[in-house]
Design a protein around this ligand. Structure first.
Ligand code: ZN
Ligand code: ZN
Ligand code: FE
Length: 777
């Protein structure tokens, strides 16, 4: 007696080779029936004797093609039909889909070995791909995911590729971007003037040019890279000069793990990240000064951002190449989005590069490289883009369509639908017109791609953020009413960490970063909240200190050092024997004094980032930041991790809040400076101080509230020492600690946090509303 079952698979099930995969299983088990892509997902009907059917179902529910991501399986028994064969049905036309779009995935081993095989018809063809690998999100214009909806539309399949595409047993069956050197995209080498260079072998010529110290713009998967030999100090310095990028580290790429081991330490967890199909840039510890990588790649840092080749083209750039590593930095002007169009590249990189390697496969969705690191054997994503976007985060409950507009720096936005949150790729700093255009354009694209119509828009409290302006404009111009919900920056941080870790009970939230607009109008940034995902109380914070000059003080870090010194010694501070005071002339010093005394353009801040800045400047490490958080990063880099003690601080209750005063910390540091104690020890003790006051605060709040769970979020937790030590210290004190892993701890997590706060507030108010109604009855 036969049985028949109906199975729906939902998630990333389209364009990933699922139908041939099921067909193979059905053939193997001699099951009859059919498989089809529908608006609900991948639908299978299968018929066999109960024993065989169970084995088949077991395989279907426990295995899947490499790129697939199954979110849900719905299975029902149905009457038998007596099918004689197993058929693959064509796709149903899509209106509203329960399917997701796959992310861009590194070239797979099978394609790689074909590309490097001289007898293969795709030998050295840099656009080789298959159903298990290649560009996806970056080339998709719309769903359903068919070739005609991608930027591969303009290339007509040659007969051989067409045969592969239609052959159910071929590994390129229904590979939408399938192509070869006969029918697919091609490379083109251009000279310094953007004129086409006649070349028999553009790749060999590119390798030769890079080996000679040229700077090149090379088109990749999600945009252009600016590329040069990472071992050639002069080339790297030339790139810095031309890009006007003095100190911010460049990411590099090497051919394989062995090559990276020549200059960096790699732990097992780091290796796993490096070779993962998402291929993020991984922050690794440098081995020493003279390891073949120019010091100018990452000046004053003891780690390097390294990635392995992911596009087939990248692998070819390392075939018989003389260099150990290439600088592969995003091709953009500072703070502008990564360039993705050929014509724009020629305009933008004029005078910056010596030549170009381009191709004629258009990028539709720009997408930067992702960045990750490993702390205490756990991976943490610091920038979530290529390889991860647009795969969604699954939510515990179905939610309305919500847009979270994100923050101002390291912006992402987030859209929800049903039980999923789609976080955008890294958009960047919304300061330039280009970035803001990219932001608006990408929101429109995501809404179209995922068929989302926001009914609720969550956004920041800061009145001057462009993301706030976007939200306000959109709410006031909407045809159908949209509800706006404002979310405090640090509450969004903590809600994001809670939601990522699926924590529902109240927690103590420690949010540490550079800046976020507080409910009192001051600048917050070292906050101890008692929070759930709907609301929060500010239980405590770092004592307010004036931020002389406002935003400029985050760049001119010496200003914050002066502010701290002034809060302790007032004008007497000029008598202190501090090297910092020799660097800042009297006129500037007097200006800062006036700003602080008259409280003109000196907003109050409780920011952890600014405390790091002050100490960094006080030690003479970094008086002016060239890139975001440079002063804090360089302070971390020199820290002696073996130091155990910490400096003084004071915690007292002010108007019902626990306030941490770090004046004693500064006094102690000045004392150590006078004693000529090494800066690495001072930095180590300073880091320990942050950890110590955080543990002390947590214990006080636990006494008051009985809460024992802690969520950590904010840019300061990109600091390994702080994250690792606080995590351990809190656990030793008996706390349960939650940290970020798949969503960045920095401001890229704000959009997700905003959405979660809005969703929880709406759900709570609906419950209240329903309860009220019940009470009335
Ligand atoms: Zn492949
Ligand atoms: Zn072809
Ligand atoms: Fe933040």
């Amino acid at each position: 007696m036969k049985h028949r079952t109906h199975i729906i698979l939902q998630g990333v099930v389209q364009g990933v080779g699922y139908r041939p995969f099921i067909h193979r299983l059905a053939t193997q088990f001699e099951v009859t029936g059919w498989v089809m892509n529908t608006t609900q997902g991948l639908v299978i009907e299968a018929e066999a004797t109960p024993d065989i059917l169970n084995q088949f179902i077991h395989q279907v529910t426990t295995t899947h093609p490499p790129l697939a991501q199954v979110e849900q399986i719905i299975q029902t028994e149905i009457p038998i039909v007596n099918d004689q064969t197993f058929i693959v049905h064509p796709s149903e036309k899509a209106t509203e889909r329960a399917v997701h779009i796959p992310a861009d995935i590194a070239v797979c081993d099978e394609c790689l070995s074909e590309m490097l095989n001289p007898t293969d018809r795709r030998y050295r063809y840099p656009f080789i791909n298959c159903v298990n690998c290649g560009a996806r999100f970056t080339i998709i214009r719309d769903i359903p995911y068919d070739r005609k909806q991608t930027t591969m539309q303009k290339f007509k399949l040659c007969p051989e590729c067409d045969t592969e595409f239609h052959n159910l047993s071929h590994r390129r069956y229904h590979t939408q971007p399938n192509c070869c050197s006969v029918c697919g995209p091609h490379l083109e080498l251009l000279d310094i003037n953007g004129k086409k260079v006649r070349s028999q072998d553009p790749i060999a010529d590119t390798i030769a040019r890079l080996a000679h110290g040229e700077i090149m713009a090379i088109k990749g998967i999600g945009g252009f890279h600016l590329v040069c030999d990472a071992g050639n100090n002069q080339a790297v310095l030339k790139l810095r000069e031309r890009k006007h990028r003095e100190a911010k580290p460049f990411a590099i790429m090497s051919n394989d793990i062995a090559a990276i081991r020549a200059y960096c330490e790699i732990s097992a967890a780091e290796e796993e990240l490096l070779i993962s199909p998402q291929r993020p840039i991984v922050l690794l510890r440098k081995k020493g000064p003279s390891t073949g990588i120019a010091e100018s790649v990452a000046p004053n840092l003891n780690n390097l951002g390294v990635m392995l080749p992911y596009a087939p083209l990248h692998h070819l750039l390392f075939q018989n190449a003389p260099y150990l590593a290439l600088v592969m930095t995003s091709g953009n002007l500072s703070d502008e989005p990564i360039v993705m169009d050929n014509a724009v590249a020629l305009e933008t990189f004029r005078g910056m590069v010596d030549s170009y390697l381009m191709h004629n496969r258009d990028i539709y969705n720009r997408c930067d490289d992702s960045i990750a690191m490993v702390v205490d054997n756990e991976p943490i994503i610091l920038r979530r883009a290529r390889g991860y976007t647009p795969l969604p985060i699954k939510l515990p409950n179905p939610v309305p369509d919500i847009l979270g507009c994100g923050s101002e720096l390291k912006n992402t936005f987030c859209l929800t639908k049903n039980q999923f949150a789609f976080i955008s790729q890294h958009i960047g700093d919304l300061k330039t017109a280009e970035a803001y255009t990219f932001y608006q354009e990408t929101i429109t694209r995501f809404e179209k791609l995922f068929r989302i119509k926001p009914e609720i828009i969550a956004f920041d409290l800061h009145p001057n953020y462009l993301s706030t302006q976007y939200a306000v404009d959109r709410i006031s111009n909407a045809k159908k009413p949209i509800q706006g919900i404002q979310v405090q920056h640090h509450h969004a941080h903590i809600a994001s960490c809670m939601a990522e870790n699926k924590v529902n009970e109240k927690v103590i939230g420690i949010a540490m970063d550079g800046t976020g607009y507080g409910t009192d109008g001051n600048i917050w940034g070292c906050e101890f909240l008692v929070a759930d995902q709907a609301s929060f109380d500010r239980a405590g914070h770092l004592a307010y200190t004036p931020l002389p000059g406002g935003d400029i003080a985050a760049v001119e870090t010496w200003r914050m050092a002066i502010s701290y010194l002034y809060s302790i010694y007032q004008a007497e501070m000029t008598k202190l024997p501090l090297p910092l005071l020799k660097e800042v002339d009297e006129e500037k010093l007097n200006l800062i004094f006036r700003i602080i005394q008259k409280k003109i353009n000196a907003p109050l801040c409780s920011s952890a980032g600014r405390l790091f800045d002050a100490v960094s400047a006080l030690l003479g490490i970094c008086l002016e930041s060239n890139y975001e958080a440079q002063a804090a990063i360089e302070l971390e880099m020199i820290a002696d991790a073996s130091v155990t003690g910490h400096y003084g601080f004071d915690i007292s209750e002010v108007e019902g809040k626990q306030v941490i005063d770090c004046k004693q910390t500064i006094v102690d540091i000045i004392g150590d400076l006078r004693k000529k104690i090494d800066k690495s020890i001072i930095s180590g003790k300073f880091h320990n101080t942050i950890v110590a006051f955080s543990i002390e605060m947590s214990k006080k709040i636990r006494e008051q509230t009985g809460l024992n769970s802690i969520a950590l979020s904010g840019g300061s937790f990109q600091n390994r020492l702080i994250l690792s030590r606080l995590n351990k210290g809190l656990k030793q004190a008996g706390f349960k600690v939650y940290t970020h892993h798949i969503i960045p701890p920095n401001d890229a997590c704000i959009s997700f946090g905003q959405v979660m706060v809005a969703e929880n507030q709406i759900r709570n108010s609906n419950i209240e509303y329903r309860n009220k109604k019940i009470m009335k009855q």
